[in-house]
Design a protein. Structure first.
Length: 202
């Protein structure tokens, strides 16, 4: 279980005061998926030090990884300039499109938790750009109702297939609560997928 000290909580509250939309990074489903990911990194890739998070937004996942791991060097990538200005206070940042990212040094792990927001063309370019012999973690979901989800998938098998996963280290899914169904006055539930893979060289 995570325990956050006063400094960390104060830092997040300051971020929300300066960037009100940062509050959306703390929806229960968002935090659940981020903690799930950090658990996997701690269990399967505990020696990962150089990490790039694509679609990092306000860096909450980076913060959780930084708490969970020791001596990490995290780079946050996002096209949201305000988010990157906030992340810049703690991490190296890149404000370019993820598919155009330039790898200047070798990294231990790349993370992409926004695969459902990417067209297949953009995802393929991003994936092809990952250096060979690099671990990667991807997340996606089966929520087809969200307009921005242009590449949601029906199940874990389809998720791994369209994301061209090779050399699976671990893959699984969890159920999370989505937006409230105001018509029937009931909660909605969706499935979130996650996979650790290893991009092998040729």
């Amino acid at each position: 279980m995570f325990k956050f000290d006063e400094d960390q909580l104060t830092y997040w509250m300051q971020g929300i005061r300066e960037n009100p939309d940062m509050i959306n990074a703390f929806w229960p489903s968002q935090i659940k998926s981020k903690i799930w990911l950090t658990d996997w990194v701690k269990s399967y890739l505990p020696s990962a030090k150089k990490i790039i998070i694509f679609g990092a937004w306000y860096g909450v996942l980076a913060d959780l990884l930084d708490i969970r791991l020791n001596n990490t060097k995290i780079l946050c990538n996002d096209i949201d300039k305000d988010a990157m200005l906030w992340c810049m206070r703690k991490y190296h940042t890149d404000n370019n499109r993820m598919e155009d990212f330039v790898y200047e040094t070798r990294v231990d792990l790349v993370i992409n938790t926004v695969t459902e927001h990417l067209t297949q063309e953009i995802y393929d370019k991003w994936y092809d750009n990952i250096p060979n012999r690099t671990y990667f973690i991807i997340q996606g979901n089966d929520d087809f109702n969200e307009p921005d989800h242009v590449r949601a998938t029906k199940n874990l098998e389809e998720f791994n297939k369209i994301n061209r996963v090779e050399n699976i280290l671990h893959t699984d899914s969890i159920v999370y609560e989505g937006p409230w169904n105001k018509v029937d006055n009931i909660p909605t539930y969706h499935e979130r997928f996650m996979t650790i893979g290893f991009k092998s060289g040729r």
